[in-house]
Design a protein around this ligand. Structure first.
Ligand SMILES: NC(=O)c1ccc[n+]([C@@H]2O[C@H](COP(=O)([O-])OP(=O)(O)OC[C@H]3O[C@@H](n4cnc5c(N)ncnc54)[C@H](O)[C@@H]3O)[C@@H](O)[C@H]2O)c1
Length: 285
């Protein structure tokens, strides 16, 4: 199939690589040309690693990379021959609305239209595309090459047939689709992010030291990583943004962002990426 991935950042590059590895032709578009060039290098590296680990069924990574087309210019012109469109542009409602009003007008009638958004409404994006009857959420997880889950999100107007197409597509990528309704946080973030937030509340209340909170969940709940270390890995700004969105959309005080999160984000302590969050990684911030 011909897949158009719009947005060549962390997720777009990962999704494009997964599609190439499954034998699809992939067009990768970004508004910034340097992003597409950087993504190509990331994908080449990723396919090389997959080949070294014998995960490409003996296929040559260079041959697979040959099926990658880099698209500058307008996303709409790249959409004209797409069977599947996956949008993974920046998590900004205005940007996504502009992109979808163009893509919706340009994609072929039978194309499957999907967004990788983590926090915006699939129903809202589907409406901006003007093609809600072909639209669903395909929510991949980072890093795409490692994590097998894809949440297949049903918007208000998504028909059963589109859900089935999307599940079949995800299975073809070697992923495990799990369907859910279009509710804030879908499944994983609705469960995971409030858990990380509650760990931040515990740290704020000095119930235990951050290292002890993490160790307790590793040793007592068999978690592979403690919640504060995981929050640092995800980025405290991202955790805060998701909590704010859950709080606003669901209106329940139990989703109130932990004050410790706000303070750390204001101080520029965003976790691993800034060198410091709940734990110290030897950085400047
Ligand atoms: N990073 C994660 O862990 C993660 C996980 C799951 C889902 N998501 C979702 O995936 C999407 C992308 O996230 P990311 O982490 O890859 O972001 P990113 O910042 O790494 O990449 C976003 C890309 O979008 C491009 N872009 C911005 N405006 C554009 C436009 N008008 N047209 C085309 N390209 C444009 C940017 O140049 C950038 O390359 C977001 O919706 C995010 O919520 C992210």
């Amino acid at each position: 199939m011909r897949i158009l991935v719009v947005g060549a950042g962390t997720m777009g590059a990962g999704i494009a690589q997964a599609c190439l590895a499954a034998g699809h032709e992939v067009s990768l578009h970004d508004a910034h040309e340097e992003a597409v060039t950087a993504a190509r290098a990331v994908i080449a590296d990723g396919l090389g690693r997959a080949a070294a680990k014998d995960r490409l069924d003996g296929r040559d990574p260079d041959d697979l990379l040959g099926a990658l087309r880099l698209e500058g210019g307008a996303a709409a012109s790249a959409a004209a021959d797409a069977d599947v469109v996956i949008e993974a542009v920046a998590e900004d409602a205005g940007v996504k609305a502009r992109v979808w009003s163009e893509l919706g007008a340009a994609a072929p009638a039978g194309a499957l239209l999907s967004s990788n958004t983590s926090s915006l409404s699939i129903t809202g994006l589907a409406a901006t595309s003007g093609r809600p009857e072909r639209f669903c959420g395909l929510h991949f997880f980072n890093p795409v090459a490692v994590l097998p889950l894809v949440e297949v999100v049903r918007g208000e107007e998504t028909p059963e047939g589109v859900m089935e197409e999307a599940e079949g597509f995800a299975c073809g990528l070697g992923k495990t689709p799990i369907r859910c309704l279009d509710r804030p946080g879908f499944l994983v973030n609705r469960l995971l992010i409030p858990y990380l937030n509650e760990a931040a509340n515990l740290a704020d209340e000095a119930v235990a030291e951050p290292a002890a909170i993490d160790q307790a969940m590793r040793l007592g709940a068999n978690m592979p990583i403690g919640p504060l270390a995981l929050a640092d890995l995800v980025g405290l700004d991202v955790v805060l943004a998701v909590m704010e969105s859950l709080h606003e959309e669901l209106g329940d005080p139990r989703y109130r962002p932990a004050p410790a999160l706000r303070r750390k984000v204001r101080a520029g302590r965003l976790g691993r990426k800034s060198g410091r969050g709940f734990h110290d990684y030897g950085g400047e911030a």
